[in-house]
Design a protein around this ligand. Structure first.
Ligand SMILES: Nc1ncnc2c1ncn2[C@@H]1O[C@H](COP(=O)(O)OP(=O)(O)O)[C@@H](O)[C@H]1O
Ligand SMILES: O=P(O)(O)OC[C@H]1O[C@](O)(COP(=O)(O)O)[C@@H](O)[C@@H]1O
Ligand SMILES: [Mg+2]
Length: 317
């Protein structure tokens, strides 16, 4: 078989480990693998390179993606995808492994409907793919966020300040929930919890009057202007307040062993599935077991926020 592999959407730590696993597993089966540069953009432009074992040496511990990634909104148009199909046909590539998030999955599904064998691997820091307990990159981003919040806690405690920290996650609150819980944040706001600003302000005022030296508020991106919120907290609660947007540092860095392990398992599994003639599915790990799910189903699955973890946040604050 001649298999293409690409990374698409936001890069995530562990994507390289997944590329390595795909390449090595396929070569072990006697298949050929072609790296596609810059996601669907490179696919449309026919930028393929045949990979050998050594092309993926020493990338296991590197963040980012050696293939490069891109966002190509035009890929939702059939005429644009037709160009990609032509490029694949021209190079006799019959199958494609697409490493990315929900958008990447939508592209992979569309290609499957156009006759290309596709498999999706969940690579995003957001953990917003419900067909896998974890996505590749989430563990590393969580580590980075926890490290940053711990540091911010040192300074806000020393200065008796309130610290508002915005973490990534697009529309998924997992990064905020897990990092807030792991760092003992007093308040965690995500798309799932919403933000009751009045309650927060009142609570913070009471806490300050009760003598609590600092407060940590972790909030998902896209919820509010955190700099404005910090001003309101300062005006109302009496705490000095600073806002920090963690931003893109969360996307980089050496992948954790958890992300490398997940990437290795999912990369190997994706190649096995192609060998069995499967297409239009994505791979994941659920309850520590490898699972495949039709992409269509995966895209319609709702990310159910952990009630247990949200309740715990309330109990432990
Ligand atoms: N509905 C769609 N149909 C076809 N391709 C899509 C669709 N949605 C997204 N894509 C492709 O997938 C790419 C990555 O999606 P994006 O949402 O940016 O990141 P992620 O895959 O990490 O969620 C997009 O830039 C686009 O090329
Ligand atoms: O890199 P961009 O285009 O600024 O996008 C930022 C978005 O990418 C992410 O870092 C990762 O999201 P995707 O995996 O969907 O690309 C989100 O957390 C964030 O909302
Ligand atoms: Mg996404």
């Amino acid at each position: 078989m001649r298999i293409g592999v690409l990374t698409s959407g936001g890069d995530s730590p562990g994507m390289n480990a997944a590329i390595r696993a795909v390449v090595r597993a396929a070569l072990s089966n006697g298949d050929k693998v072609f790296g596609v540069s810059d996601g669907y953009r490179g696919l449309v432009e026919g930028r393929f390179k045949e990979f050998t074992r050594s092309d993926v040496s020493e990338i296991l511990n590197r963040g980012g993606t050696i293939l490069g990634t891109a966002r190509l909104p035009e890929f939702k148009y059939e005429a644009v995808r037709q160009l990609a199909v032509k490029q694949l046909q021209k190079n006799d590539i019959e199958a494609l492994i697409c490493i990315g998030g929900d958008g990447t999955y939508a592209g992979a599904l569309a290609l499957h409907h156009m006759g290309i064998k596709t498999i999706g691997i969940p690579g995003t820091i957001d953990n917003d793919i419900a067909s896998s307990d974890y996505t590749i990159g989430f563990s590393t981003a969580l580590n980075t966020a926890c490290d940053a919040i711990d540091k911010l806690k040192d300074t806000s405690s020393s200065h008796q300040r309130c610290s508002i920290i915005e973490v990534m996650g697009r529309h998924c609150g997992d990064l905020a929930l897990y990092s807030g819980l792991c760092t003992g944040a007093e308040y965690i706001f995500t798309n799932e919890t919403g933000l009751d600003k009045e309650k927060l302000l009142k609570d913070l005022k009471e806490n300050r009057l009760a003598g609590r030296r600092h407060a940590i508020v972790v909030i998902s991106e896209n919820m509010t202007d955190v700099y404005q919120l910090a001003k309101e907290v300062e005006d109302y609660s009496g705490y000095e307040c600073r806002a920090t947007v963690l931003g893109y540092v969360q996307r980089g860095g050496t992948p954790t062993p958890e992300d490398r392990l997940l990437a290795a398992r999912l990369g190997g599994f994706a190649v096995d599935l192609l060998k069995q003639g499967v297409s239009g599915v994505c791979v994941g790990v659920i309850d520590n077991e490898l699972r495949s799910t039709p992409i269509e189903e995966a895209l319609n699955m709702k990310n159910i926020p952990s009630e247990e973890l949200h309740n715990l946040v309330q109990k432990l604050k």
